[in-house]
Design a protein around this ligand. Structure first.
Ligand code: SF4
Length: 277
């Protein structure tokens, strides 16, 4: 467990340095910003939730601005997201927060309408820098798979201190959320390009591992393609060939293999993108 844990943390941190999804609220510790994005991203893809976040934060920079607005206005801004009862609870929460402030509710944000265990843990970690592992589905899925545990909640509880030792909780949680969205997806995890693959118990036990050398292997090249696609938009196979100094026929083969694994997809305009479905 100890070696697995060190490997897990080292490789996760290293991977996230290059693959951190950048959003304006990610570096903020303003609890209102964090609360907004957490509510907006429930059952909604982050990219889409972020577009709504930008509208909400410019209209309601503080809880008091939302509290003073009509329900109709909040619902109008929310339009298209679905689950309108979430908008109503957000509006109700803003009324509580405009009176008490976040510090008046801390540390039990579950007092706010609609706030459950997950949003509570996200606020404690991202806004209050507490040593908390967020109970997010991505975080739980990766920990469950990598350490091959069934009772994930208890495992996290028992190993929280080791998992977060010398790892800032915000970075730890965000790294796992990004890895879970991009690589260790619930269906078809992209193990062949995963930074944790070498010691992942799910991978070792369930996916027969070919002992091919990594250096110059197709696996290494596929990993480089994925890294470029995570960090850049509007990339064609020609661009990839140029950047990786690999001939175009080979790039086409590598992309086909990645498509077959469900890692990437080609858009109509021939750009290659990460398949986040
Ligand atoms: S190797 Fe596969 S199952 Fe294991 S953490 Fe990575 S993507 Fe998930």
């Amino acid at each position: 467990m100890k070696t697995d844990l060190i490997y897990f943390k080292q490789n996760l941190r290293k991977w996230h340095k290059d693959n951190n999804r950048k959003y304006s609220w990610r570096d903020s510790s303003d609890p209102w910003k964090i609360f907004l994005i957490e509510v907006l991203s429930q059952q909604t893809q982050l990219e889409r939730a972020n577009k709504y976040y930008n509208k909400f934060i410019s209209e309601f920079p503080k809880p008091v601005n939302m509290a003073k607005a009509s329900k109709r206005k909040v619902l109008k801004l929310w339009s298209g997201l679905g689950y309108n009862n979430r908008a109503i609870r957000l509006h109700d929460s803003s009324k509580v927060l405009s009176k008490k402030g976040f510090d008046g509710v801390y540390p039990n944000f579950k007092e706010l309408p609609g706030v459950g265990e997950y949003t509570n843990s996200a606020l404690l970690s991202f806004a209050y820098n507490e040593k908390v592992i967020t109970l997010d589905t991505n975080v739980k899925r990766i920990i469950g798979r990598y350490f091959k545990v069934d009772d994930i909640d208890n495992f996290i509880k028992d190993n929280k201190n080791d998992l977060l030792n010398r790892f800032n909780s915000r970075d730890f949680n965000q790294s796992l959320m990004d890895l879970g969205s991009l690589i260790c997806t619930s269906r078809n995890p992209k193990c062949s390009v995963c930074p944790l693959e070498k010691n992942c118990m799910k991978y070792i036990k369930e996916v027969s591992k070919k002992n091919t050398p990594f250096k110059n292997s197709n696996r290494e090249k596929r990993g480089k393609i994925v890294k470029i696609l995570i960090n850049s938009k509007k990339v064609t196979s020609k661009d990839l060939a140029k950047r990786l100094e690999i001939d175009e026929d080979k790039i086409t083969q590598l992309i086909e293999a990645l498509k077959k694994d469900g890692v990437v997809k080609a858009s109509k305009n021939k750009y290659i993108e990460i398949n986040s479905n």
